[in-house]
Write a protein that binds this ligand. Structure first.
Ligand code: GUN
Length: 281
């Protein structure tokens, strides 16, 4: 079998066209959604990621700005920058790019973001709301993964292996998949015979950051494969899945790059639009 490609760039483009329409409607009512991204330090990959979010927001008619702080900024000053944005009525969405430098406690900063502006959905209040089924901002990569999976059919009754248990991807996507009535197994570095057991699963979502971890011969025939890995090898972005062998076995597969990444950025925009709507309802 040769898998169908889940083209994240195409799917994101269609989704953003819908968002742009909604932004125009809000603007005609005098509301311009604003996304402000905070970045501490000069990490090249983080900077390019932040600039992409910024550009994507402007492209669909939102306002967007970047607050850049030096690598050696104190925790107190990062918290002060967040508080200033909390108080700024023009700012709907605040996103603090992680990881943060070691002198800054990430949990303290995420907890300081006003929940109604936390478009990443990383603050404890919003995580709690997600797990108790309340309206909230769902983290962007998990939301993007669910959007890709909509193009592969119903998840009801499917067995899903989520590989990786991070707060940003693995854990929230396991919750979203469960909401769709899939049966989810959350796997991680201490899971016994992990790769060998993947043959039992209808869907595999891998968010580990280990190039070549999963090969075609590890997968069930016809499996749906979502590769969230993004590791830079020889200046190229590579996923966790060996694409060439996996595409011969899978029914659907995401490429890296051009799979999950464009959807993550799209969902930052989606959540910023929601923040603007919810603030004005
Ligand atoms: N670092 C890696 N992914 C993300 C993300 O989705 N949001 C933020 N704020 N930082 C990240």
């Amino acid at each position: 079998m040769t898998a169908e490609l889940l083209n994240g760039r195409e799917i994101a483009k269609d989704y953003r066209a819908g968002l742009q329409n909604e932004v125009e409607k809000l603007k005609s009512m005098g509301i311009t959604p604003n996304l402000t991204v905070v970045i501490v330090g000069n990490d090249g990959a983080s900077l390019s990621y932040v600039r992409s979010k910024n550009k994507a927001a402007e492209k669909i008619g939102m306002e967007s700005s970047i607050v850049r702080l030096d690598e050696d900024t104190s925790e107190e000053d990062v918290l002060a920058a967040v508080e200033k944005l909390n108080q700024d009525d023009n700012v709907n969405g605040i996103l603090v790019q992680v990881p943060l430098p070691k002198q800054v406690d990430e949990n303290k900063v995420l907890e300081a973001i006003a929940p109604h502006k936390d478009v990443d959905g990383f603050s404890p209040v919003n995580i709690g709301r997600l797990y108790t089924g309340q309206r909230t901002f769902v983290p962007c990569t998990p939301l993007g993964i669910m959007e890709l999976l909509k193009h592969t059919g119903s998840l009801e009754g499917k067995t899903v292996a989520v590989v990786g248990r991070s707060h940003i991807v693995g854990q929230p996507v396991a919750k979203l998949l469960t909401n769709e009535n899939a049966t989810v197994t959350l796997m991680h570095s201490r899971t016994k015979d992990m790769v060998e057991s993947l043959k039992n699963f209808d869907v595999v979502v891998s968010a580990v950051g280990k190039p070549g971890l999963i090969k075609g011969s590890d997968l069930k025939e016809g499996a749906v494969v979502i590769d969230v890995g993004n590791t830079v090898v020889d200046e190229k972005l590579v996923g966790d899945v060996d694409f060439e062998s996996a595409k011969e076995v899978a029914s659907y597969i995401t490429p890296v790059p051009g799979g999950v990444g464009p959807l993550t950025i799209t969902m930052v925009l989606n959540n910023t639009l929601l923040a603007a709507k919810w603030h004005n309802e």
